[in-house]
Write a protein that binds this ligand. Structure first.
Ligand code: F0G
Length: 458
């Protein structure tokens, strides 16, 4: 393949799902009905669904075949042991606890280690992670490097943790109030940006000095490892599996959503070395998820994940995956659309605040842009900005660090012509940017408001 410029999708399509083509007129009515919240759309009203890369990927023939041998025994299913072995092959933690998705692992872990007075540092907490930390009364602190907050600044590892800021936080609150340090790979809320091995080692060294455990929020671990292979000195020749094992060896545990780099449609796990925490987590698991050998999943789901973990670290897959996201990013940049650079692993993030300077952050430029992309081309994207992060627990509202619109690419699902269409639509909307108007919130819940808030024109 090295002689050719085109990196083909390293699969062919065995079974297809029709896309219902809609008109702009239909979509205008749909958008009003949804009160400008794209989570309220029915997915058959969407033509290209880039809302999330989570659980939306296509499974392989081998995964569907593996599902057939799913053993649905309540306790001790061989499907669990295959799942456990597949996880442990990459992440050799002592205790591997299956959950129905990532946030269930977060909920259980933070119920055990969080609580009022506690502080959890992370490069950037994802929204459910932050919500689960705050739900226990603990404080979630984001400590990504300064470069990670500047959309137009190029840096190979914009997801890195600010080591000096971590030291300062520990000095300020004291290690006793920090039950664990988290690092999210890749840093989803900061643009799908990777964290280097060097940075993970530095975080580890800080944790060692203060006796703190380090946990990975590892949802997109394989994409992160591919970036390490591509960008970190001395890593080029390495097998991605070994890079993943290096990442794991620096941590004491992890939370995981198998809906991302598990290549599955549902699932997750919590893994950790600490006996006492694992015991308490398993007790909670039984209350909320299920018995520890299935934890909220069917045996067939455990099989799909086990096979997915085998496939996600293939170099051909990762080369295509990262390149196809970059293909979209490159085309938008060439069209003058401001995006977070370099392009992340699972998504392209449009910098809506820069594209729409006439819309103030508290009129949600990201939400306005996402609505326009839907209206124009039936594309569903997701605001990651002031709607998602602007509401503080005390009810006050502040602009988020950035107002981004995420075009998340489901794994192995869309082809290059789908992306070419997306490029055309974004280009057209960007040309009319000055005509877009802001929004106001008409109705909202107190937590995770982006899922259900209703908007009107500002
Ligand atoms: N951590 C990160 C970094 C995530 O991106 C997500 C989910 C979770 C945890 C929670 O996992 O959905 O299985 O409960 N992110 C999805 C997204 C929803 O669209 O980025 P989950």
């Amino acid at each position: 393949m090295d002689d050719f410029r085109t990196i083909i999708e390293p699969f062919r399509i065995k079974s297809v799902e029709p896309i219902r083509l809609t008109t702009k007129k239909e979509r205008a009515a749909t958008l009003e009905r949804a009160a400008f919240n794209l989570f309220a759309l029915h997915s058959d009203e969407v033509m290209i669904d880039l809302l999330t890369d989570s659980g939306t990927g296509a499974m392989s023939a081998a995964q569907w075949a593996a599902m057939q041998r799913g053993d649905e025994s309540y306790a001790g299913s061989p499907s669990f042991f295959r799942f456990e072995a597949a996880v442990r092959d990459l992440f050799p933690f002592k205790h591997i606890i299956p959950t129905h998705q990532g946030r269930a692992a977060e909920k259980i872990l933070f119920s055990v280690i969080g609580g009022p007075d506690k502080v959890i540092p992370n490069n950037t907490h994802f929204d459910t992670t932050r919500a689960n930390v705050e739900f226990t009364g603990a404080r979630a602190v984001d400590l990504v490097i300064a470069e990670g907050k500047q959309p137009s600044l190029i840096h190979p590892f914009k997801g890195n943790m600010d080591i000096a800021a971590l030291e300062r936080l520990i000095a300020e609150v004291g290690p006793a109030r920090i039950p664990a340090v988290f690092v999210t790979v890749t840093n989803n809320s900061g643009g799908g940006q990777p964290v280097s091995l060097e940075n993970l080692r530095a975080v580890r060294a800080v944790c060692d000095r203060h006796g703190l455990p380090l946990f990975l929020d590892a949802c997109r671990f394989a994409e992160n490892a591919w970036f390490i292979r591509e960008r970190e000195p001395g890593q080029r020749h390495r097998d991605v599996r070994d890079i993943v094992r290096d990442m794991a060896s620096l941590a004491n545990g992890m939370t995981m959503s198998a809906k991302k780099d598990g290549l599955a449609n549902i699932g997750g796990w919590l893994a950790l070395d600490d006996e006492a925490w694992a015991e308490r987590c398993r007790n909670l698991l039984i209350l909320t998820e299920g018995f520890p050998t299935y934890g909220g999943l069917a045996g067939r789901d455990l099989e799909a994940i086990a096979q997915g973990l085998e496939e996600v670290v293939h170099h051909d897959y990762l080369r295509y995956r990262i390149r196809s996201t970059e293909y979209l990013g490159d085309a938008l940049l060439a069209a003058g659309v401001p995006i977070v650079v370099p392009t992340g692993g699972h998504a392209v993030y449009i910098d809506a605040r820069t594209l729409l300077p006439h819309i103030p952050p508290l009129q949600y430029p990201g939400q306005a842009l996402a609505a326009a992309l839907y209206l124009e081309g039936g594309i569903r994207s997701c605001e990651i900005g002031t709607v998602m992060f602007g509401l503080a627990p005390d009810g006050t509202e502040h602009p988020a660090a950035m107002d981004l619109v995420r075009l998340a690419i489901p794994r192995r699902t869309y082809t290059q012509s789908h992306m070419d269409y997306v490029i055309e639509v974004v280009r057209k909307v960007a040309k009319q940017a000055s005509e877009l108007r802001g929004l106001r919130i008409v109705e909202q819940p107190r937590q995770l408001r982006h899922f259900s808030a209703k908007f009107g024109r500002a």
